[in-house]
Design a protein around this ligand. Sequence first.
Ligand SMILES: *Cc1c(COP(=O)(O)O)cnc(C)c1O
Length: 434
Amino acid sequence: MKYYSTNGQAPEANLEKAVVKGLAEDRGLYMPERIKPLSPEFFNQIENLTFQEIAYQVADAFFGEDVPADTLKEIVYDTLSFDVPAVPVTDRIYSLELFHGPTLAFKDVGARFMARLLGYFNAREAENRLVNVLVATSGDTGSAVANGFLGVPGIHVYVLYPKGKVSPIQECQFTTLGQNITALEVDGVFDDCQALVKTAFMDAELNAHMKLTSANSINVARFLPQSFYYFYAYAQMKKRGMADNLVVCVPSGNFGNICSALFGKRMGLPVKRFIAANNANDIFYNYLQTGQYNPRPSVQTIANAMDVGDPSNFARILNLYGSSHEAICNDISGATYTDGQIADTMRDCLNENGYLLDPHGACGYRALQEGLQEGETGIFLETAHPAKFKDTVEKITGQPLPVPEKLAAFMKGKKQSVSLLADFTQFKQFLLEQ
Ligand SMILES: *Cc1c(COP(=O)(O)O)cnc(C)c1O
């Protein structure tokens, strides 16, 4: 399979180049040249397949030409070593719980897949140069990528995160690992971290000095595997006889997650429509209303993994729909919530349904509660476990929230990080000295 750039000014790449480079030479995002529809037989009996079996069929459509079947199967099965259950919250709203992986957030899926695929490509190379993964995080990306790549031979990971703007539990998940993981604490906001990473990939001197790759949601190896669980969600709803008129709601920041769902739809996934739920960073919401895309600096919210002012995957959505605002609006509607509304939603949902939402999932739940029409069933993505935002959640609900064992284990380690200014020259110097 060939991959082209959303900016249209770079040569096509094969899968290995798209994964290792992350971003095309013209700063565009890679897109697969074809999106293969899955067969009617697959959808007819999807409810009888396991998550891993479903995911392998989807993976084969994207990666089957480039990775031997047995290797791809191993990567998929190994990546998905945990369940993603669809759990009823009300009679017509379901939560797709994506927090049963190692770092309790959906990014485990893409990060684990990418680490294994990159490991496969790296082991195949004759010269075996160290691959340096640069990743900017507003919280959960860093922990998922760091844990996904931890101990993978031939790979070193640098996690850039905004100082004081990720929760203490999130911070522990990528600053305490050691080994092949280095945490860089940047004096700035998430967009500064993302800009540093993007600039590094364009810097000729740096790229000559070391092999750099990205593990942000722009990377096709992180982004495409996220489509797996939309098919599995559909399968679970079909098993319940509730798959007709299905509305899928995705709490969105960089828009990688919802974009992979849109790819799923192109492959034939029978979802009626999508809702992109935003916090106060409502750039996409405003685009849907006006047709104008006006990025601006992000503001801090209690759903901090969605604090993004210039969502990188917007370029992919535009490309997928031929830049047609109308076509985009036909498939996706938007919602935006203030911190106050998110907190109210968490309290109300707990009181009314006995279901504890995290601040991100709360945006998704509320958008369905307000937006579902007659005859529709909704499923929102519960993108992280509420305990990852323990302080915020406890303040809102007024109830103590026990920390799951998996999370508590991270808290025991010692924080190790390097402080940096939001300054490319300093960042470059640091990398050159490694
Ligand atoms: C990353 C993240 C999001 C946003 O996902 P995107 O793919 O960037 O839109 C939402 N919720 C949580 C908990 C996240 O970590």
